[in-house]
Design a protein around this ligand. Structure first.
Ligand code: ATP
Ligand code: BTN
Length: 250
């Protein structure tokens, strides 16, 4: 079995773009599963739906992973859920309190965003395809960071007593992500749904579901086996699959 390569960059536009370029240049247009691009800074980091992921130089980690989906893109619905959950577990294992996940892709410490996951799919819905899985993890935001982030954010260092070891965190991140991708490939989300509930920021909480201009009220009920968001609305349980949905506290 091939070891997946790790590409290290100091500055890049976006590790997602780097991964796409590697794919274009690769013989057979395919990469070893788990191939990773890791950068120290991005000039055009992005989040969901064209939003910006601020990616200053400091100790933060910006990484993108290649992952094939031979069974088609439908199997990918739970990918960002699985990866976000693993990030949350990694933070907890480092001794950090108050870690939670927000569907489908955010990780929080005490209500402030510390990491995000961005999954892009390429290929045919029913045929073969692959996922590009991007992770931004704030280890230590630069001291004089003044750019505006319109929601509360934090970094790992603020929640640790001792100075963190960035190399160690990079290893833990790469290991954790590749491990959970393998778990997801074999078992889907089956073993993760209960764990999601434990860490779910909105479990049993009143929420607003934003669908474009529409807002619906409900109570968070975690996720199903496919990674869909479950919301109690009146006496019914509603499932949300789409990527165009945001969940907010009510
Ligand atoms: P949702 O995914 O529910 O729609 P969201 O507002 O968190 O919510 P995302 O696309 O997941 O949207 O993340 C992008 C947002 O994350 C940005 O609009 C900004 O508010 C915030 N953000 C950007 N850079 C950082 C960073 N380095 N650390 C924490 N938060 C950031
Ligand atoms: C989000 O919360 O919307 C997801 C943010 C994902 C950011 C990472 S950083 C590495 C990769 N490259 C990007 O441009 N975005 C992702």
């Amino acid at each position: 079995e091939h070891q997946a390569p790790i590409y290290l960059k100091r500055v890049t536009s976006s590790t997602h773009d780097d991964l796409k370029q590697l794919l274009v240049d690769a013989p057979g247009k395919t990469l070893t599963p788990g191939t990773c691009v890791l950068a120290e800074m991005q000039t055009r980091g992005r989040g969901r739906r064209g939003r910006t992921w601020l990616s200053p130089f400091g100790s933060n980690l910006y990484a993108s992973f290649y992952w094939p989906l031979p069974e088609g893109l439908n199997s990918a619905l739970g990918l960002s859920v699985a990866v976000g959950l693993r990030l949350a577990q990694i933070l907890e294992q480092a001794g950090i309190q108050g870690v939670s996940v927000k569907w489908p892709n955010d990780v929080y410490i005490q209500g402030a965003k510390v990491a995000g996951v961005l999954v892009e799919l390429e290929g045919e819905p029913t045929g073969e395809g692959h996922a590009l899985i991007g992770i931004g993890l704030n280890l230590s935001m630069p001291e004089r960071f003044t750019q505006n982030i319109e929601q509360p954010y934090t970094d790992v260092q603020k929640h640790l007593d001792a100075p963190l070891n960035r190399h160690q965190w990079a290893v833990t991140l790469i290991r954790g992500v590749t491990d959970v991708l393998e778990q997801f490939r074999r078992h889907g989300l089956a073993d993760l749904v209960t764990e999601w509930r434990r860490l779910d920021h909105f479990y049993n909480q009143p929420v607003n579901i934003l669908l474009g201009q529409h807002v619906q009220q409900g109570v968070g009920q975690g996720i199903d086996n496919y990674g869909a968001l479950l919301v109690r609305q009146g006496s019914g349980l509603k499932r949300y699959f789409g990527g165009e949905i945001s969940i907010r506290a009510r």
